[in-house]
Ligand binder design. Structure first.
Ligand SMILES: NC(=O)c1ccc[n+]([C@@H]2O[C@H](COP(=O)([O-])OP(=O)(O)OC[C@H]3O[C@@H](n4cnc5c(N)ncnc54)[C@H](O)[C@@H]3O)[C@@H](O)[C@H]2O)c1
Ligand SMILES: O=C(O)C(=O)C[C@@H](O)[C@H](O)[C@H](O)COP(=O)(O)O
Ligand SMILES: [Zn+2]
Length: 363
C-alpha cells in the first residue's frame, strides 16, 4: 500500500512527456500503474549490493503476472561500462524483450544511469522506471533523463537523453546506505543549494550531523528541495541547450578527478572538490564575493566532504577537462557563480586563473 507521497512533476513542456517523481515510503504499489497496460515482460536491473531487493521485486512482479527477470549489475561505477551494457542487451535478447516491455532500474545513480542507457538503446528505446536507492540517485541521477556509461577517455562520454516514465524515491531505502555514500549524495544537494535554493544551505548549516542521517529532522525536506531544483531546470531544458548546464556546477573538475582515480572516488566526493574549485574560480574572476566562496568550504566540510585533491595531478586533470561536454572546440567552459543562486558560464578562462584556482584545492 502506498502511503501519502510528495509528487513533483517533471517535463511536459516543449514536446516532452511529463512524468512524476514520488517521494515517500512504501511506494512500490505505484509500480504497476507506471508499468502501464499491455506489458508482458519487466526486467529489474539492480546492483550486487541490492541482490535481495532486486529478487524480491522480481518475485512480486512475477506474482502479478509479468514475465519478470532480474539482471544483477556490479556495484557503483563498475556497472557503467560498455561491457555491462552488452551483458544486459544479451539478457534482454534472450528473454524476448520487445518494445512494449519495461525496464526498472533499482539502485544508486550508477545503476539508474546504466539502466536508463540500456532502455535508451534497446530496440532504439523502451520505457523505463527509476527506483533510486541513494540520496544522490533521488535528488539528481534518476531525474532528468541523462543516461550513460563511462569510457577509458572519460566520465559519461557515451549516453542518451531518455527520461524515465516515473521515479519512485522510497526514503526507507536510505536506511541501509553506508554513511560514506549518504554523505556523497549531500554534495549534489549542496550544489542545488548554491545554484538555486539557498534554504538548503541554511537547513544543513542548522544541524550538519542531522543532515548526514536518514532519520534527520530535515531529510525529506532536503531531498524534496533538491529534486524541485533539478525538476525545474530539466523541465525547461531537457537536452542541455543552455540553462541545464548550471546542474554541472563543480563537475568539470569532478569528472577529471573521477577518471584520474579510475572511478574509485564517489561522484559526490569529486563534485565537492569541484565546487570548491569552481567557487575559487568565480572569486578569482572577480564574480563571486569572498563570503559565498568561503561558505562552500564550511558547508561541505561540515558534513565531511573533501575540499582538496592531490596537487601533483594538475596537468592530467587539465587534459581530461578538455573533453568535458561543455567544452567547445579548444575552449573550456565552467559554471561559476555571480553570487548565491546566480549561476553563469565562464568562457575560456585564462590558464593562469585556472592554475590559481587549482592552488586553492591542491593538497
Ligand atoms: N544522470 C544524471 O543526471 C546523474 C546525476 C548525478 C550523478 N549521476 C551519476 O550517479 C553515479 C553516482 O551515484 P551514487 O552516488 O548513487 O552511487 P552508486 O550508484 O555508485 O551507489 C553507491 C554504492 O551504494 C550501493 N547502494 C545503492 N543503494 C544502496 C542502498 N539503499 N543500501 C546499500 N547500498 C546501496 C551501490 O550498489 C554502490 O555500491 C555516478 O556515476 C554519477 O555520474 C548521474
Ligand atoms: O543533470 C545534469 O544535467 C547534470 O549535470 C547533473 C550532474 O549532477 C550529473 O553528474 C550529470 O550526470 C553530469 O552530466 P554530464 O553531462 O557532465 O556527464
Ligand atoms: Zn553530478
Amino acid at each position: 500500500m502506498t502511503e501519502q507521497a510528495t509528487r513533483i512533476q517533471v517535463g511536459g513542456t516543449a514536446g516532452t512527456d511529463p512524468y512524476e517523481v514520488l517521494v515517500g515510503r512504501q511506494l512500490l504499489g505505484e509500480l504497476p500503474g507506471l508499468i502501464g497496460e499491455g506489458v508482458k515482460r519487466v526486467a529489474v536491473l539492480h546492483p550486487e549490493a541490492l541482490a535481495a531487493t532486486g529478487e524480491a521485486l522480481r518475485e512480486d512482479l512475477a506474482s502479478q503476472g509479468y514475465e519478470a527477470i532480474a539482471i544483477q549489475l556490479p556495484n557503483a561505477e563498475e556497472s557503467k561500462t560498455a561491457e555491462v551494457a552488452a551483458y544486459c542487451w544479451k539478457a534482454l535478447g534472450q528473454s524476448g524483450f520487445t518494445r512494449s516491455d519495461v525496464i526498472v532500474g533499482v539502485g544508486g545513480g550508477a545503476t539508474t544511469d546504466l539502466a536508463g542507457f540500456v532502455a535508451a538503446t534497446w530496440l532504439r528505446g523502451v520505457r523505463w522506471i527509476a527506483v533510486p536507492t541513494t540520496v544522490l540517485g533521488m535528488v539528481d541521477a534518476a531525474v532528468g533523463g541523462k543516461t550513460g556509461i563511462n569510457t577509458a577517455e572519460g566520465k559519461n562520454l557515451v549516453g542518451a537523453f531518455h527520461p524515465p516514465a516515473g521515479v519512485l524515491c522510497d526514503l526507507a531505502a536510505l536506511d541501509s546506505l553506508p554513511v560514506n555514500d549518504y554523505v556523497s549524495g549531500l554534495a549534489e544537494v549542496i550544489k542545488a543549494g548554491f545554484i538555486a535554493d539557498p534554504a538548503i544551505l541554511d537547513l544543513i548549516e542548522s544541524d550538519p550531523e542531522a543532515a548526514k542521517r536518514p532519520d534527520g529532522a530535515h531529510t525529506a525536506e532536503l531531498i524534496e528541495r533538491a529534486i524541485r531544483v533539478k525538476a525545474e531546470v530539466v523541465s525547461a531544458d531537457l537536452k542541455e541547450s543552455g540553462l541545464r548546464e548550471i546542474l554541472n556546477y563543480g563537475h568539470t573538475l569532478a569528472h577529471a578527478i573521477e577518471k584520474n582515480e579510475r572511478y574509485n572516488w564517489r561522484h559526490g566526493a569529486a563534485v565537492s572538490v569541484g565546487m570548491v574549485f569552481a567557487a575559487e574560480l568565480g572569486r578569482i574572476a572577480g564574480r563571486l564575493d569572498d563570503a559565498t566562496a568561503d561558505r562552500h568550504r564550511s558547508v561541505l566540510e561540515s558534513v565531511g566532504l573533501p575540499l582538496t585533491y592531490r596537487g601533483d595531478q594538475w596537468p592530467k586533470l587539465l587534459e581530461t577537462m578538455k573533453v568535458d561536454k561543455k567544452s567547445r572546440g579548444d575552449r573550456l567552459r565552467f559554471i561559476v557563480l555571480d553570487g548565491l543562486a546566480r549561476p553563469t558560464v565562464l568562457e575560456g578562462p585564462d590558464p593562469a586563473m585556472l592554475l590559481a584556482a587549482h592552488a586553492e584545492i591542491a593538497a
